[in-house]
Design a protein around this ligand. Structure first.
Ligand code: PEP
Ligand code: MN
Length: 335
């Protein structure tokens, strides 16, 4: 249920409304917008009589929310969520470029790539330390050592780091990570999501391989209902009958999510297509559709990459792409 307040509501009346709702085990999410303040009511609101609330002097309107996701719902929070990570802002009209290799391989590799992508305008460094591989015989990532190397790359460049967590037991080791990534395969690992809701770091939640928008938003809801509202959604391609590309980039997801949720939405063109030559061609579509950013795999020696070389672009290609994406973003904002 949503309660839209009149402008400049009387504080005493507002406090008593909130106290009354909380007594009924309803948690109240207050969103202060430029013109109106909205109260998002979460809990069993079936027993609350909307007419009783509408009759209050401070209330302009009361609406029931049909969608099962409440915290992630734009109706609850009409202003876009802006997530601040070190000197970077994600969402709210900026274009965030996250870039780096699929996997951390060595200090030289991650620091070298970090310096190059930073010079090209990336504001977040990506790199997997724990890798979810289809085969148990494939490289599984450098693990804790990989996390240490990411931190060295951050020290050298100032770029915040985003890296994937696969096991909740590793959470203490992620305390120095700036953004925790939940991979497509873990989008519905509910115990992991619940724990990530009980800590404050931003979470980059990738879409599951065949997840609907609602399932994806309900996964965001698991994190948000625990108290952590810093969730970034990432469209990374879905499974279809097509086999030419690794997945199919669902560009419509950006448009739909911008309509349904206030959370920032970014696009991963690398995992969506699986082909380096396609990445610069499909990435601009994300900006044109209104994405808040992209996460792109960049490797200085893709032929010898231990993971996802075929979809990794070279730093020079990233440089040219980043310029194009920022130019397009400026153009879209003028529209
Ligand atoms: C990744 O970003 O390296 C990754 C494994 O992505 P996804 O979870 O989208 O497959
Ligand atoms: Mn990858």
């Amino acid at each position: 249920m949503i309660v839209v307040l009149k402008q400049n509501p009387n504080q005493t009346q507002l406090d008593s409304l909130i106290a009354w709702l909380e007594e009924k085990q309803i948690s109240v999410n207050k969103s202060v917008g430029t013109s109106h303040t909205i109260l998002g009511l979460v809990g069993d609101t079936a027993a609350i009589d909307p007419d009783l609330i509408s009759a209050l002097e401070i209330v302009e309107d009361v609406k029931r929310v049909q969608e099962p996701y409440k915290h992630a719902n734009k109706k609850f929070h009409p202003e876009p969520t802006v997530i601040r990570v070190r000197d970077t802002q994600i969402g709210g009209g900026t274009l965030t470029l996250m870039a780096g290799p699929c996997s951390v391989e060595s200090e030289e590799q991650i620091v070298g790539i970090a310096k190059q992508v930073k010079a090209s305008g990336a504001t977040v460094l990506r790199g997997g330390a724990f890798k979810p591989r289809t085969s148990p015989y494939s490289f599984q990532g450098m693990g804790l050592e990989g996390l240490e190397l990411l931190k060295i790359a951050r020290e050298e460049t100032g770029l915040p780091i985003v890296t994937e967590i696969m096991d909740i037991e590793h959470l203490p080791a992620f305390k120095d990570v700036d953004i925790i990534q939940v991979g497509a395969r873990n989008m519905q690992n509910f115990s992991l999501l619940k724990e990530l809701g009980h800590q404050e770091k931003p979470v980059l939640l990738k879409r599951g391989l065949s997840a609907t928008y609602e399932e994806w938003l309900m996964s965001a809801e698991y994190i948000m209902s625990g108290g952590n509202h810093n969730v970034i959604l990432c469209e990374r391609g879905i499974r279809t009958f097509e086999t030419y590309t690794r997945n199919i980039l669902d560009i419509g997801a950006v448009t739909v999510l911008r309509h349904l949720t206030h959370l920032p939405v970014i696009v991963d063109p690398s995992h969506a297509c699986g082909k380096a030559w396609m990445v610069p061609k499909i990435a601009p579509a994300a900006v044109a559709a209104g994405a808040d950013g992209l996460i792109i795999e960049v490797h200085n020696d893709p032929e010898h990459a231990v993971c996802d070389g075929p979809q990794s672009i070279r730093p020079e290609a990233f440089d040219a792409l980043a310029k194009k994406l920022h130019g397009l973003h400026r153009y879209m904002q003028e529209e």
